[in-house]
Design a protein around this ligand. Structure first.
Ligand code: HEM
Length: 142
């Protein structure tokens, strides 16, 4: 596997920030897919799985937060771009909205309907964040 640690500008030790950002972005995207799978199962097979859906929701909140922090740290070391940080921030806002829609969507209605659509949007943005984090970086020497 390609060594994705990048020599940060100024010649200091290789940084694991880009790898960490990619790994956390991958975990977030995978967990959002798990959410859709759990939703299908608690809607049509085992209603108790809604509790696991709620737990995974809170884990996604933490991984999305970690993505913002890692993207900021990597960007401040010129190991990531502003796009990484902006997309991570947008993902954080959408995930927070998704959790709110989930709780207020317990009764069928607008919130529940928006929850499904926003769930798909969250997955799309999570994939964009993952693809951006995979981009090979050559630190700009200022
Ligand atoms: C496309 C994917 C998703 C679908 C189809 C989906 C579907 C649902 C449905 C039908 C409910 C209502 C359950 C009930 O009757 O109480 C729900 C609740 C919830 N969802 Fe999702 N969801 C998805 C993704 C997500 C994601 C990505 C998150 C968070 C990051 C999330 C967080 C929640 C939360 C916090 C609740 C409230 C759980 C509770 O009432 O205890 N969902 N979801």
């Amino acid at each position: 596997m390609q060594d994705r640690r990048v020599q940060s500008s100024g010649g200091s030790a290789p940084s694991n920030l880009p790898i960490a950002l990619t790994i956390v972005s991958g975990i977030t995207a995978a967990l959002v897919l798990v959410q859709a799978m759990l939703a299908g199962r608690f809607l049509y097979i085992n209603p108790d799985l809604v509790d696991l859906h709620e737990i995974v929701a809170n884990v996604i909140f933490l991984t999305a937060l970690a993505q913002v922090v890692l993207a900021y740290l990597a960007m401040s070391r010129k190991l990531a771009t502003r796009a990484d940080l902006v997309v991570a921030a947008v993902l954080m806002v959408l995930v927070t909205a998704q959790i709110g829609l989930g709780y207020s969507g317990r009764e069928p209605g607008e919130a529940a309907a928006l929850h499904v659509a926003n769930g798909v949007l969250v997955f799309g943005v999570a994939i964009v964040a993952l693809m951006l984090s995979r981009a090979v970086r050559v630190p700009r020497v200022t």
